[in-house]
Design a protein around this ligand. Structure first.
Ligand code: NAD
Ligand code: ZN
Length: 256
């Protein structure tokens, strides 16, 4: 497709999405690692991702953590060092603006970087936990994550117990509260924005299907096609989140 045609198509899609959001009584966003790429945090998959360097079998499973916490902490330290100093980008800010304008009810995020809250979003459901807190595996004491606490790995609690991040490892259940809230939101929304997720990590990948089955329109924002594209999504904008979301916000501002 020629560039000019592509841009016209995208412009038409942005207007269509703004119209859907305007007419919707409840719009929900589901976000994945892609929305944080423009903040300098790469997705785990792909050539620059953590999984290219660390085999997820050895580093991402809860059993692997308990077997060798010091080893898994090497990978966690690398990830946290990036997350601690990252800042929200225009995509995160745009979603916070949509909430502020009354157009977005909640964000269900698979991310563990806290960037939606840093951008000002208030109603954020963290499906896979977050990295802001470290928990003691012995006494459940909580510590805020900062560069000092992860200087020596594995970091330890005052009681001597090893600390873990408050994230969901593979092999662990999704926090009950997040699960219930996410599914309830998916069932009652009439528009779902699916942003920057490859939609292959279950059970998060089922959330757009639940929304669709309940009658919601699914809007996908992702530079690459996913299993949702053409099958589940009513419309896909093949663009970066940081470019697309501010355009939707501007379009909605024009019309209000
Ligand atoms: P994923 O790595 O499977 O997929 C990322 C998706 O983002 C891809 O489809 C890619 O095409 C798209 N993408 C890349 N750049 C984009 C951009 N600028 N704008 C919009 N989309 C873009 O990510 P996932 O589906 O979220 O699943 C990976 C798992 O790893 C999740 O469970 C998540 O918790 C975790 N993770 C979190 C972070 C974080 O907190 N920032 C980072 C990496 C991985
Ligand atoms: Zn402890």
């Amino acid at each position: 497709m020629k560039k000019k045609q592509f841009m016209t198509d995208n412009k038409n899609k942005i207007s269509a999405v703004a119209k859907l959001i305007k007419e919707s009584t409840m719009t929900v966003a589901l976000t994945g690692a892609g929305i944080s790429v423009e903040s300098g945090i790469d997705p785990f998959r792909g050539e620059k991702g953590l999984w290219a360097k660390y085999n997820p079998e050895e580093y991402a499973y809860i059993d692997a953590f308990y077997e060798n916490p010091a080893k898994v902490w090497q990978m966690l330290k690398e990830l946290l060092a990036i997350i601690i100093f990252s800042k929200p980008n225009n995509g995160h800010v745009g979603l916070a603006q949509l909430e502020e304008m009354g157009y977005l009810s909640s964000i269900i995020t698979q991310n563990v970087d806290g960037l939606h809250q840093a951008a000002g979003s208030r109603n954020v459901i963290e499906f896979h936990g977050n990295n802001r807190w470290l928990l003691c595996i012995e006494c459940s004491n909580r510590y805020e994550t900062d560069p000092d606490i992860i200087k020596n790995i594995p970091p330890r609690c005052e009681c001597g117990g090893i600390l873990r991040p408050d994230v969901v490892f593979f092999g662990e259940a999704i926090p009950q509260k997040a699960m219930v809230k996410a599914y309830a939101n998916a069932k009652s929304c009439d528009v779902m924005l699916v942003i920057g997720t490859s939609a292959i990590v279950s059970p998060a990948s089922e959330i757009p299907l639940v929304a669709k089955d309940s009658g919601a329109k699914i809007i996908e924002i992702n530079p690459e096609p996913t299993p949702l594209t053409d099958q589940v999504a009513n419309l896909t904008i093949y663009e970066k989140a940081g470019t697309t979301i501010p355009m939707i916000v501007s379009e909605l501002k024009k019309k209000s």
